[in-house]
Design a protein around this ligand. Structure first.
Ligand code: THU
Length: 132
């Protein structure tokens, strides 16, 4: 299965009774491990969690090292390749390696690939890279 297919599979696990907008994310690690995330909504709307953040938080919670991330693939039924929200850009920028690929896609098969610096230029940071 390729990474877009993994992200599609993750998308089917989304819990979206309010927006009905399902998003899936699949993270590939150096050793080939895949970690999935999907968006999970709540009746208290502000508590909803995006797919990208679900995936990264799940990865760390399961004991994987985010430094081993090669790429994250994110997919939705969007017009163009899905555009991650500002909060997710900030989280991906802090936790993914500088050279990791962010692959944005949609169900039509359109894709766009970039780094987290391209996704969020001039990101907020409180420490330098060597001091993590
Ligand atoms: N959503 C994501 O999962 N990722 C994004 O980057 C943008 C938005 C979700 C949040 C909410 O469940 C739904 O899409 C509609 O906003």
């Amino acid at each position: 299965m390729n990474d877009l297919e993994h992200a599609k599979k993750a998308r089917l696990r989304a819990y979206t009774p309010y927006s009905h907008f399902k998003v899936g994310a699949a993270i590939r690690l150096k050793d080939g491990t895949m970690v999935y995330g999907s968006n999970i909504e709540n009746a208290a709307f502000g508590l909803s969690n995006c797919a990208e953040r679900s995936a990264v938080f799940s990865l760390i919670s399961q004991g994987y090292d985010p430094k081993d991330i090669i790429q994250i693939t994110i997919i939705a039924d969007s017009n163009g390749p899905v555009s991650p929200c500002g909060s997710c850009r900030q989280v991906l920028h802090e936790l993914l390696p500088k050279d990791a690929k962010v692959i944005l896609g949609n169900l039509k098969g359109e894709t766009k690939t970039m780094t987290t610096d391209e996704l969020l230029p001039y990101a907020f940071e409180t420490f330098d890279e060597d001091n993590t």
